[in-house]
Design a protein around this ligand. Structure first.
Ligand SMILES: [Zn+2]
Ligand SMILES: [Zn+2]
Length: 289
């Protein structure tokens, strides 16, 4: 099937290493023949809401076609982190909490939040909120704890009223399971954890996405760029969710100057192999006729 959408793209306004201009995002998507695409820069906490503001100003400064949408990618945060930031409880320039407080090893207390509210959504004209888990809450002490920790975060995002798309389900679990967040080297990435995600958890997550009217994202690099066994594990999950009635979005998660075009053509073949059709994809916003 032909891919017609890309609802997960980062521009240079994103707080990480993303570097594409919004004009290039448009040109590259037009060359790919996409009908709908969206810039979704990162916003982990209110600390750097100014990134979204500048992305929005840039977006409004062009006469972009109706198929180019404005979104944001949020992260599941611990509530205590958002509370600390709201209270100004950090050292300016020494303790910059763009990513929250990743070195604070306090245990996970189960309270979660995202870094934006309804006012931000109105103020910045945000059409879609893509929500992803990007790190463990606290430092899980075992592989089972890491899976459980990610499950709770994924379920939180799937139920959050402001989130419309659950981004890259389970991604970065390989880092949590390998204790990468303490060591930050390749030796501490454990991809094999994907084989241990209990089927029951996966099914409950799919049910939660469906029940709350959310969409599940098929993320190109997350599905296609890991070890060989990751692709079928991801695609079998999506096939089961599809059979449950879950609808999907597709995202390149581009951080580079231009998209990896080859990933689109590989994914088109993979989607055919797993029986996906255009009916399995949806848009998380109203489209003007
Ligand atoms: Zn993400
Ligand atoms: Zn992203």
């Amino acid at each position: 099937m032909k891919i017609l959408q890309d609802l997960h793209i980062h521009s240079h306004h994103s707080c990480d290493s993303a570097c594409s201009t919004q004009q290039d995002i448009r040109k590259d998507r037009e060359a790919l023949g996409l009908r709908h695409y969206a810039v979704t820069d990162h916003l982990h906490t209110q600390y750097n809401i100014s990134d979204i503001e500048s992305s929005r100003h840039d977006f409004l400064g062009h006469n972009f076609p109706a198929g180019f949408h404005f979104g944001v990618e949020v992260t599941c945060m611990a509530t205590w982190e958002c509370e600390r930031i709201a209270a100004g409880d950090f050292i300016p320039k020494g303790d910059v909490p763009i990513y929250g407080f990743r070195d604070d090893e306090r245990p996970f207390d189960g309270r979660m939040c995202i870094g934006i509210d309804e006012n931000d959504i109105r103020k910045y004209g945000i059409e879609l909120v893509v929500g992803g888990v990007h790190w463990p809450q606290g430092f899980p002490s075992s592989r089972t704890d890491a899976i459980d920790n990610y499950f709770k975060q994924e379920m939180f995002l799937a139920a959050h009223p402001l989130v419309s798309v659950v981004a890259h389900p389970w991604d970065s679990l390989q880092h949590a399971a390998g204790d990468w967040f303490r060591h930050r080297d390749k030796a501490h990435i454990d991809w094999s954890v994907y084989k241990d995600i209990p089927r029951e958890m996966d099914d409950r997550l799919g049910e939660e996405i469906l029940k709350n009217g959310k969409l599940a994202e098929i993320n190109l690099p997350c599905v296609l760029k890991g070890p060989d066994y990751v692709r079928p594990l991801c695609m079998e999950r999506f096939r089961r969710w599809k059979e449950m009635g879950v609808k999907f979005t597709l995202g390149s998660d581009q951080h580079s100057a231009h998209p990896d075009v080859e990933l689109f053509s590989i994914m088109e073949k993979v989607l055919d192999d797993y029986g996906f059709t255009q009916d399995d994809f949806a848009l998380p916003f109203e489209v003007q006729a």
